[in-house]
Design a protein around this ligand. Structure first.
Ligand code: CMP
Length: 153
């Protein structure tokens, strides 16, 4: 069993993984929550937990603590607390990479055609969606928003 949830390591012989994704305030404002979730589901990922929250500045700072020394930390955390976000746990074979491939590069100008950020994002900061970048980050980020009892699928 996985250390932060009741995720079986394998399903039908495939290695299962969980990741955290966020539809950021710009994605909610653009009314594309469903479009983002649809792309995740179409790729074979399943939504295991989901909720809408309005982050306080402090909560955004806690989530992005690894970036606290970066010059963009202030504006990133202001942006992330500027409106509601949709946070979700996604489960599937290679879920972390799958989500990152679907999102595209951080900078939408550098993101591949057909990715979420290329299709919808306005800037490197207002880039619609977040996805964990490694198993350790996923464990921290999932635990930041959900307890084990809330991850139900
Ligand atoms: P995300 O994948 O959520 O991880 C950190 C976030 O910081 C990133 O998406 C962007 O929203 C933001 N970010 C990363 N690099 C920059 C940058 N150079 N300028 C402004 N924001 C950035």
């Amino acid at each position: 069993m996985d250390f932060f949830s009741s995720l079986p390591k394998k399903e039908n012989g495939r290695k299962m993984e969980r990741t955290l994704s966020i539809v950021k305030p710009d994605g909610v404002r653009k009314n594309i929550v469903g479009e983002v979730v649809k792309r995740f589901e179409k790729s074979g990922l399943r939504v295991s937990a989901v909720k809408m929250v309005s982050l306080t500045r402090k909560e955004a700072e806690g989530f992005y603590a690894v970036h606290r020394a970066r010059p963009f930390f202030g504006s990133l955390t202001e942006f992330m607390s500027s409106g509601p976000v949709v946070v979700m746990v996604l489960t599937g074979d290679g879920a972390i990479k799958k989500v990152r491939d679907l999102m595209g590069a951080t900078d939408p100008g550098k993101a591949d055609p057909g990715t979420i950020r290329r299709d919808f994002a306005d800037s490197i900061e207002s880039n619609i969606v977040h996805g964990s970048d490694a198993p350790e980050t996923a464990a921290f980020e999932i635990g930041y928003f959900f307890n084990a009892l809330e991850i139900v699928n």
